[in-house]
Design a protein around this ligand. Structure first.
Ligand SMILES: Cc1ncc(COP(=O)(O)O)c(C=O)c1O
Length: 405
């Protein structure tokens, strides 16, 4: 890091580092000592049971990543070649990529402005204005493709408003796949996200609330879907001895080694959530009076985890853009990052249809995610807040703005 300010902390403050403070070492050592390291073992079963209980579902199927969980879930829902799936545009690219892995097409739905989640009104608008019912389902009039499913993404530790999404899905006979990759611990009306639709997906990537290094899970209440998820993710093996495979499956199962780490992590999840909420409180309290800095407003129906704390910087009031602030914080030893490029702007998904209001575009240009590790110390969060407050310069922005304009 160059151009370090004299106020920089002794060590840079990372955006996110995993927290390993429980039985992870002990459980992983048990795997190494017994050589149960691969894709079956007692820890896989234990992790799946713990996870299902925590998420309030009957079944959790542990897989290699959140992306693999999404791909499997879409398969389970019968999403196939040239179907369409309505996906939040403001998401990490995995949600949209998984649709393409099935040969289907995402239709991107904008966010609502208060909580920054998929806007149910835009979902309804697409289905009523741009689609028509035919014998066996709902079809996009322009593309002629069948709309098969909705894929809302619970973003940043806040839930999507699921009641209208589920009502619309019922009315139009669509399946609901929840991307709850960031949603462990998040509740909507007292119920865990990931267990509200037909099938849910979660991620244990290194920056998630708990991690297995890399990993994910498919969540469902339906025993037949759970059985099929296990089948598809273990190469669709029909005969344990004779290498008979009934269809093209995937090598997507989580290893015992990773599940061992997951058990250790999951034992600490309540402490982790409490830490996240404390960090969010520091950011929200300390930055409350800084002009031009806001956050999403938590819905009264939500119990948030504040997985990542993301600030919205209004340049006219703050005096700088989010990207200028990002560079200046970097010089002070604080790592931040922008929000994901919305999927309707992604070159990887060029040409896909979308329903837009401009909210995601604005959030993309204005948002900045700040350090949010479970182990972030209060003094570190306060240092970040002081840096953000001291870098505000509303008058200079107005001057530059006038001069430029
Ligand atoms: C919203 C969302 N969906 C999907 C994923 C993909 O999960 P993974 O990285 O475990 O494949 C992630 C994060 O990585 C995510 O944040």
């Amino acid at each position: 890091m160059t151009d370090k300010s004299p106020n920089a902390p002794a060590a840079p403050i990372a955006l996110y580092t995993p927290e390993i403070r429980g039985n992870e070492w002990k459980y992983v050592k048990e795997c190494l000592d017994t050589a149960w390291v691969s894709s079956v073992g007692a820890f896989v079963d234990r992790f799946e049971h713990m996870l299902a209980e925590r998420m309030g579902v009957h079944h959790a199927v542990a897989v290699t990543s959140g992306t693999a969980a999404l791909h499997t879930a879409l398969n389970l829902m019968g999403v196939t070649q040239d179907d369409e799936v309505l996906v939040s545009t403001l998401t990490f690219i995995a949600s949209a990529n998984a649709v393409r892995y099935c040969g289907a097409w995402p239709v991107f739905i904008d966010a609502e402005p208060n909580h920054w989640q998929m806007d149910p009104q835009r979902v309804e608008e697409f289905l009523t204005r741009r689609c028509e019912r035919r014998g066996d389902g709902v079809y996009n009039r322009r593309t002629g493709r069948r709309v098969r499913a909705l894929l809302p993404v619970h973003m940043l530790g806040h839930p999507v408003d699921m009641d209208p999404i589920l009502e619309i899905a019922k009315r139009f006979e669509l399946r609901v796949i929840e991307d709850a990759a960031e949603g462990l611990g998040v509740q909507y009306k007292g119920r865990s996200v990931g267990g509200l639709g037909d099938v849910g997906c979660i991620s244990f990537n290194g920056n998630k609330l708990i991690t297995t290094g890399g990993g994910g899970a498919v969540l469902t209440n339906d025993p037949e879907l759970a059985r099929r998820a296990r089948y598809l993710t273990t190469q669709a093996k029909d005969d344990p001895l004779e290498f008979v495979h009934g269809e093209v499956g995937y090598n997507y199962r989580l290893t015992n080694l990773q599940a061992a780490m997951g058990c250790g992590q999951l034992e600490c999840v309540d402490e982790f959530i409490a830490a996240k909420r404390d960090i969010a409180e520091v950011y929200r309290e300390r930055l409350r009076d800084v002009p031009g800095v806001t956050f999403f407003t938590p819905s009264p129906q939500a119990q948030c985890t504040y997985w990542m704390n993301t600030l919205r910087i209004q340049p006219a009031e703050y005096g700088k853009t989010s990207r200028q602030l990002m560079k200046e914080l970097q010089a002070r030893g604080v790592q931040t990052r922008p929000l994901w490029q919305p999927m309707h702007l992604s070159p990887a998904h060029r040409g896909c249809e979308s329903v837009l209001t401009g909210v995601a575009d604005q959030l993309y240009s204005q948002c900045l995610t700040v350090p949010s590790s479970v182990g972030l110390r209060r003094e570190e969060a306060e240092f970040v807040c002081e840096a953000i407050a001291s870098l505000a310069s509303p008058s200079s922005f107005c001057r530059n703005y006038r001069e430029a304009g």
